[in-house]
Design a protein around this ligand. Structure first.
Ligand SMILES: [Zn+2]
Length: 376
């Protein structure tokens, strides 16, 4: 009762974009006109727009195809594999393409295993009560991970993981850490901990590294199963995986104002082999002076912890919705997503700074029509 009360309170404070594709949505999708190109199935963006009852929105760029309603927008970039959902960047599995008659097409994989799970959390087929959150601080012991003059990845992830565990326990969730000290830990051990945990989700924490001008939070989940591909353990949770990753990504960006490094797919063996919904969050770049300095401080880590906990709570609430509470027809469910929060001005970004590109992109995002709810 306590957990349910806590989660009910939390969901009101959070972006309502969580869960996944359901069998019902697959049935609905099966009724759509399918275009097959190079053995891959596609739906038209017009079908998608009509299905979600969204309207076309004019944009200045010929490469951006935007649809939306009064609360959120989907922005498809026809020159990249990027989709922006309610202001948050997501990488598609396949590019948007044009049919012979000029229609824009999106792959069935991206509709079924990315867009629908994010837009319609109550339709995820995999209903479960999440009883355990397995938090995995990356690296440790003789493997420090990425290091810079500002921080050490293994120490940073452990610090955040310990604080996140305390926060989740306060909210009534049971937490297991794959490590709680600076120790060596093989991926197989991390996977085993997740496998042995009852009704779990798995969150792995890491710190990125790259060029000194690159920064931002990137959230990964396993690449979904494609037709004619070999099924992996992770594919049983395709819809829940992206729902979890998007919930984490959106809430962490919301709480930190960090640059949006996108919600992405990966082939990390760790994510492919755990047997529960799983995501990996790269909480920032050890090699970006400002971001790494912030990551080394308590204030920014507290914001990260709040965002991670909010994302986990939102996902847990969405995936535990009882089937009988679902609307009787897909069309009856309103699709309402939060608008992005305006980003603060950046202190003298470099010309080719990735975060600067994100800010330029944010200018094309819709003006918030609903105040974004925040926990601070
Ligand atoms: Zn790492």
């Amino acid at each position: 009762m306590k957990l349910r009360a806590v989660l009910s309170a939390c969901i009101l404070l959070l972006p309502a974009l969580i869960t996944g594709m359901s069998a019902r949505a697959q049935e609905t999708a099966a009724e759509w006109a399918v275009t097959t190109i190079n053995e891959r199935e596609y739906y038209s963006l017009e079908q998608l727009r009509s299905f979600y009852k969204l309207r076309p929105i004019d944009t200045a760029s010929p490469h951006l195809h935007t649809i939306g309603n009064s609360s959120f927008r989907l922005v498809f970039n026809t020159q990249s594999m990027e989709l922006i959902v309610a202001g948050y960047r997501c990488r598609l599995s396949h590019p948007i393409i044009k049919s012979n008659n000029g229609e824009l097409l999106i792959s069935k994989t991206d509709f079924v295993k990315l867009i629908d799970p994010i837009l319609r959390p109550t339709y995820i087929a995999e209903r479960r009560e999440v009883r355990t959150v397995v938090i995995d601080p990356g690296h440790g012991g003789s493997d420090p991970g990425n290091k810079s003059e500002w921080l050490c990845e293994a120490d940073c992830t452990l610090n955040i993981a310990l604080a996140l565990a305390r926060e989740l326990e306060k909210r009534g969730l049971h937490v297991i850490l794959t490590r709680n000290t600076d120790q060596d830990l093989a991926d197989a051990e991390r996977v085993r901990t997740a496998r042995e945990a009852p009704a779990a989700i798995f969150i792995s924490l890491h710190v990125n590294s790259g060029r000194s001008d690159i920064r931002g939070i990137e959230t990964y989940t396993a690449a979904p199963l494609e037709p004619n591909s070999r099924a992996l353990e992770a594919h049983r949770h395709d819809a829940a995986n992206i729902a979890l990753a998007f919930a984490l990504h959106s809430h962490v960006l919301n709480s930190t104002n960090a640059a949006d490094g996108a919600c992405r797919r990966s082939h990390y063996s760790l994510l492919n082999t755990v047997n529960c919904p799983a995501a990996l969050v790269q909480v920032g770049y050890a090699t970006h002076k400002q971001e790494a300095s912030a990551l080394a401080g308590n204030d920014y880590r507290a914001e990260l912890v709040t965002g991670l906990a909010d994302g986990i709570a939102a996902f847990c609430s969405a995936i535990s919705v009882k089937a009988e509470l679902k609307p009787s027809r897909p069309e009856e469910e309103a699709v309402t997503l939060p608008a992005p929060k305006p980003k603060p001005a950046a202190p003298t970004p470099k010309k080719d700074d990735k975060s600067n590109k994100n800010k330029k992109q944010n200018k094309r995002k819709p003006t918030p029509t609903k105040p974004r709810r925040r926990r601070r």
